[in-house]
Design a protein around this ligand. Sequence first.
Ligand code: ZN
Length: 242
Amino acid sequence: MSAPKIEVAAPFAVQNKPKAHKKAIVLFSGGLDSTTCLYWALANGYTCETLTVTYGQKHAREIKSAQKIAEKLNVKTHFLDIKLPWLVSSSLVDPAQPLPVHPVEEIEQHAIPSTYVPGRNLLFLALAGSLLDSIGADTIIAGPNAVDFSGYPDCTPAFYQAVACALNRGTQKGVTEGIEVLAPLMHLNKADIVRLADSLHVPFELTWSCYAGGDKPCGQCDSCKLRAKGFQEAGVKDTSLN
Ligand code: ZN
């Protein structure tokens, strides 16, 4: 695959040994951000396998996107379905809780919203660490963002730095060779993520960001609003809305 070399700060490389060929696990939901991470990783020479975790979300629309995009890229996938009954505290999981609706300019000013899934990224990164040791990968790549986001505590630089330290101390690969945890989107705003995705030829029409299910994005949830703001500011057409 030919793609432009993208310079994006990846500040969480605890150890970054130069290797001719690196294998990465990309935490991959089928949404815009994680799809951009996958395309970024491939463009930067990583051999990628994806890890997609379902945890009882109200809908599995994103998973279809993840499958289609992985097929298109011909990358190896790992799909995992975990059922933790207490995650029902999140409005992404509990069918009885409505999704919150905020004006886009207020999304980051609200307290941690009901869409927060307790410990989700901690769980995902622990699972990625287990997979990494099993398949001999060097790198974990995830798509958290601390600029245009909903204020989740497990999307912050401090959290990812701490997890990178833990994985380097608590995995075989970590203690013998060192591993990297990369969060290439962490300091980009949504418009910059869209621009990066556009430059990498991400198939927007295959990605799914909406918290609600259905055939088309709802346009009302926080995720839809942040996505729309990003495309608008970047001056790029979101082909998922066709
Ligand atoms: Zn939505």
